[in-house]
Design a protein around this ligand. Structure first.
Ligand SMILES: [Mn+2]
Length: 472
């Protein structure tokens, strides 16, 4: 690249210092209007010329020797002069790629390929994020100091741990330089969702189930993606002060923590942890990046819900480091051949009513095959809704998906099945879990055939009753 710089001060020179001026690839030539600047540039061995911008400006611009790889940089504070200079460039060198350095903006002639940069943005865009990182670095050091002389540390997450919580705990453990022996990731409940179990398996993460009374055995307590208030009274009796709380849910008052970092605008706690790791130049491994990326992705529904620019920044940073194959395997669990058989049988017995496909898988070995097949069924031509059911551990599970919805899947499922069990969801996906005994009590025990028919009836009634919505 060749840089031709027309300027009245040395700002462009300082900016170009950021580049390696000795680089053979770039050539730089300054055109200035003050002898003093000219001499300073020359004393640095930089190619420069001095000429008046007021006298014979037309000739100056016309005679510019611009090549196809020349970038023109214009930094002139006098607005009328700047404006006129740009018009001349547009006239003699149409569509010349040009960078204008100007704080207050200027009209860019149509025949000029120019972009504007404000000097103040150099500070806000480049320096401010680094300053924030410097503060974060100090914050991380304070956290590290807190745990420095503690032997066993508990990283407590919510009772049905989700990917964001699991990833945050894993990241925190790395951050304070501990391992699975000295810092336990634990929960009062268990990981239940199939994707979350797959995450633990594929990324080799252990989440221990603990009870309140063993919390006292730990010297340090950190809560991630959750706040003490969430656990109510029992925890407060066991613990007076929590060491660290890092979360993105709105702050719930009534607890003490030595250090807390609660950012309710963030889409994920994993984003906060990613910022911590970056602030201390931590070498984020592929495994950790995959966990954090999945944490952000699942908590924000692929950056579609409750997203802060910080989430997008963290996501873009992690993406190249993460293992997208593992991510795919977490999100799309493998299907057992037997389940494929039951699905093909179910598909043969499918019913399609008004673009709604119904199929019943009978007993399944893993719950996640039901939503999985509901997704798949949407690919059948003409199918707008899929309603796939199956029996797992004494429950009838119904998974609903749609494309280009007019009614919300969540509302339909609630209407149809909430009288029998739990039911709800979002606009495009919903789920009902009905204890089989409830179902048989209501409809009699005629097994498969009845289940199939009743689901169709209940769903269609719930569907009619659900209000139509505007597509967003
Ligand atoms: Mn979260």
């Amino acid at each position: 690249m060749e840089y031709i710089i027309i300027c009245q001060d040395e700002l462009p020179y300082f900016l170009l210092l950021l580049k390696d001026l000795s680089s053979k690839k770039d050539t730089i030539h300054f055109i200035v209007d003050q002898q003093a600047i000219y001499e300073r540039l020359r004393s640095q061995g930089i190619s420069a010329q001095v000429s008046s911008f007021n006298v014979d400006r037309d000739k100056l611009v016309r005679d510019l020797r611009l090549k196809s790889d020349s970038c023109l940089i214009v930094s002139i504070k006098n607005q009328p002069l700047l404006s006129n200079m740009l018009k001349l460039v547009a006239r003699y060198h149409p569509f010349q790629p040009t960078l204008i350095i100007e704080e207050n903006g200027v009209a860019i002639p149509e025949q000029l390929s120019a972009k504007l940069v404000r000097p103040s943005s150099i500070f806000t865009d480049l320096c401010l994020p680094r300053i924030e990182q410097a503060f974060t670095k100090r914050h991380v050091q304070q956290i590290k100091d807190l745990f420095a002389d503690k032997d066993k540390i508990l990283l407590l997450i919510q009772s049905d741990p989700d990917p964001d919580a699991i990833a945050s705990a894993l990241a925190f453990r790395h951050l304070i330089g501990r391992n699975r022996t000295t810092a336990h990731i634990a929960s009062f409940g268990e990981v239940t969702r199939p994707e979350n179990l797959a995450m633990l398996r594929l990324l080799d993460i252990q989440v221990e189930k603990i009870t309140v009374d063993i919390i006292r055995k730990y010297e340090g307590l950190c809560m991630l993606d959750v706040q003490p208030a969430h656990f109510a009274g029992s925890l407060n009796q066991a613990v007076n002060v929590v060491d660290v709380v890092i979360d993105h849910h709105p702050e719930k008052a009534g607890f003490q923590a030595k250090i807390k970092d609660i950012r309710a605008t963030y889409g994920a706690t994993s984003t906060i942890l990613t910022e911590y790791l970056r602030a201390v130049d931590f070498n984020i491994s592929q495994r950790l990046a995959t966990a954090l990326l999945y944490g952000i992705k699942s908590d924000t529904l692929l950056l579609g819900r409750g997203v802060d620019p910080a989430d997008i920044e963290a996501f873009s940073y992690l993406y190249p480091i993460a293992n997208t194959n593992i991510l795919r395997r977490i999100e799309r669990p493998e299907v057992h051949p037997e389940d494929i058989d039951s699905f093909s049988n179910a598909l043969k017995k499918r019913r399609i009513v008004n673009d709604i496909l119904f199929s019943h898988l009978g007993r399944v070995r893993r719950e996640d095959v039901i939503p999985h097949f509901a997704d798949f069924s949407l690919q059948i031509e003409g199918v707008e809704w899929s309603v796939v059911s199956g029996i797992f551990r004494g429950n009838l599970i119904i998974s609903v998906r749609n494309v280009g919805y007019v009614r919300s899947a969540g509302a339909v499922v609630k209407n149809a099945f909430s009288g029998l069990g739990s039911a709800g969801g979002h606009s495009h996906m919903a789920k009902a879990v009905i204890p089989l005994k409830n179902f048989y009590k209501r409809f009699g025990d005629k097994r498969g055939a009845t289940i199939r028919e009743r689901i169709v009836e209940l769903f269609l009634t719930g569907f009619e009753e659900a209000p139509k919505e505007e597509e967003d």
